[in-house]
Design a binder for this molecule. Structure first.
Ligand code: HEM
Length: 548
């Protein structure tokens, strides 16, 4: 009997060839990477900024690259510096920010490099597109997020998540004795559950008492981390070749995105099955709005891209801000006490959510926290055609311009000599000590101008609800003496700021936590879904900001 093609020796030879081919491909990628690294690190620019960047010597004096940029920008007379080896201009000058984000907006799109980094994960979602595709989604998304129905739905979800899950999880940690928990992880789970419910109307249940991590959250984490790694590669060519060969981190990214796709598709199917007519989650609203406009069902890929963008927008940003907030409150107990006093004076034991908007001091605390620790520390734009910024800086066409909210929050010329102090009162300069917003070009934590964050009011309401509920019910003490415990966290590089090693805390009960109506929270015997009133028909989200 002819053994021919199925003989074991042939199979072994074929496997050997495949192994050698793979090895050769891997060696080529490694060699290319090395060449690119050398080319990129070639010391053709000997200015002190490029030298410090290339040698990494900045890290001797600063915990984070962002702290070093803040130092450079403070020293620059125009508040703008160039990192020549990166082909990047970095600015903390509010006039430049206004020029890029409003006055000459069309010349500073996200651009092809950014779209490529996140394209596989975000597809054509609002975060990743420019021009007509962006304009269309922006219009639709701002209509939905501005509607009373969505606001009131989101408010109910937030109330449920705070009462039923977050306070329970923290109470369990407090009652477990002298345990240390990672508060950053708790807030990430909380924010993921909340944004999934708001976006899809479905519950991943990450913050259940036993805290299982949902598959979607895990895949989403991996995908965002690996996309951020692309941005840190020596050259985009490197990750593009790895993607072509399906190797290493790109292989991992591909399977994480495949899982996100699969789970998003299942959620879209589930939503169709459940019906969209009476649902107020964003996915149902987008499905209704799109089919009403075109008379046909929109394709699932389009819906998937929109919703994945919302997950990215609403999860890590909120958890990042909450984490640094409790880091600061642990070091500043007088501020936490003032928040409690404000709530007690405004509402006594009864704190319905629609009263949150009147809490100006708490509002100022949130803004002051994000001044020092913005969840999105920098934002890059692509300069489409050569341009001159208002401070006189020339930017060649095709270059990158980065504005830097983290550095801007630490500029004495914007915030005064006490720029590094955590002082919420700096925002309370209105009549009767009311909150007065700063121009968003000086405080671009939510971006500003034409692409300003669409979830700003929602995010602030969510953070306020958490901050008030947690400070009233618990004392949160950050454990340790250095890093976050000393108020100088080291951040992991990524799309949003997260603290390296998390935020280890001890939780102690102050009193039984309060639910949204001010009643003492007694745990699972009260089911919040039955209790929560819908008070939102006239709900307004609180002190407003101005772009001008
Ligand atoms: C503390 C919380 C938040 C912060 C600091 C924040 C900050 C930002 C920033 C800096 C951008 C501009 C990003 C870029 O263009 O590269 C942005 C855009 C956006 N944000 Fe937020 N965000 C927060 C929460 C949210 C939430 C909860 C949602 C939605 C539910 C949301 C929805 C959006 C959307 C849709 C955009 C895209 C706007 C556009 O490109 O036209 N954000 N946000």
């Amino acid at each position: 009997m002819a053994m021919g093609y199925s003989s074991p020796s042939w199979a072994a030879a074929a496997a050997q060839c495949a192994g050698m081919a793979f090895f050769a491909a891997a060696a080529c990628v490694a060699a290319l990477g090395l060449v690119l690294l050398l080319v990129r690190r070639w010391p053709w620019c000997s200015c002190h900024v490029c030298r410090a960047y290339l040698t990494g010597s900045w890290s001797k004096d600063f915990p984070n690259l962002a702290d070093w940029y803040a130092h450079l920008l403070r020293a620059s007379p125009t508040a703008t510096v160039h990192v020549h080896v990166l082909g990047c201009t970095v600015t903390a000058n509010p006039s430049n920010v206004e020029y890029m984000l409003k006055t000459n907006f069309d010349n500073f799109p996200k651009g092809p490099a950014f779209a490529a980094l996140l394209g596989d994960l975000l597809g054509g979602g609002i975060f990743n597109v420019d021009g007509a595709a962006w304009r269309h989604q922006r219009k639709m998304a701002s209509l939905e997020l501005g509607s009373v129905a969505v606001r009131s739905y989101a408010y109910k979800i937030i109330a449920q998540e705070v009462e039923a899950r977050l306070l329970s999880a923290l109470a369990a940690a407090a009652d477990a004795g002298d345990v240390v928990i990672d508060l950053q992880d708790v807030f990430r789970r909380f924010a993921f559950d909340t944004i999934c419910k708001i976006s899809f109307g479905l519950d991943p249940g990450c913050l259940e008492r036993e805290m299982p991590m949902s598959k979607l959250a895990g895949a989403f984490d991996a995908a965002t981390r690996l996309c951020a790694m692309r941005g840190a590669a020596a050259s985009p060519l490197l990750w593009k070749v790895k993607r072509l060969l399906n190797m290493g981190s790109e292989r991992e990214l591909r399977s994480a995105i495949a899982l996100v796709d699969e789970l998003a598709a299942a959620m879209i199917r589930e939503r169709r099955k459940l019906g969209v007519a009476d649902s107020h989650d964003l996915l149902s609203r987008f499905m209704r709005a799109s089919s009403a406009a075109d008379g046909v069902d929109v394709d699932d890929k389009y819906l998937r891209d929109i919703v994945v963008s919302f997950l990215l927008a609403g999860r890590d940003t909120v958890s990042s801000a909450l984490t640094t907030l409790f880091m600061l409150l642990s070091k500043n107990p007088a501020v936490a006490a003032a928040m409690r006093a404000e709530v007690a004076a405004a509402a006594g034991d009864d704190i319905p959510y629609d009263r949150l908007k009147g809490l100006h001091y708490t509002h100022a605390v949130l803004y002051e926290n994000m001044r020092l620790f913005p969840p999105v520390q920098f934002d890059s734009k692509f300069c489409a055609g050569a341009d001159v910024l208002p401070d006189g800086t020339y930017v060649p066409g095709g270059a990158r311009v980065m504005y830097h909210p983290y550095a801007m929050g630490r500029m004495p010329r914007i915030w005064g000599a006490d720029h590094d102090a955590f002082r919420p009162e700096r925002w309370l300069t209105g009549p009767g000590g009311s909150f007065v917003p700063e121009s968003l070009y000086r405080y671009p934590v939510f971006q500003a101008g034409l692409r300003v964050c669409l979830g700003k009011e929602l995010a602030v309401t969510e953070m306020k609800a958490v901050a008030v509920a947690v400070v009233r019910a618990f004392d949160v003490e950050v454990v340790g003496d250095t890093g976050a415990a000393a108020g100088a966290p080291k951040f992991v590089s990524g799309l949003t700021a997260s603290i390296s090693g998390g935020l280890p805390v001890r939780i102690r009960r102050r009193a039984a936590p309060f639910n949204a109506r001010g009643n003492r929270f007694r745990g699972s015997e009260e089911h919040p879904e039955r209790r929560i009133r819908n008070q939102c028909t006239s709900y307004n989200w609180g002190p407003t900001d101005t772009d001008e």
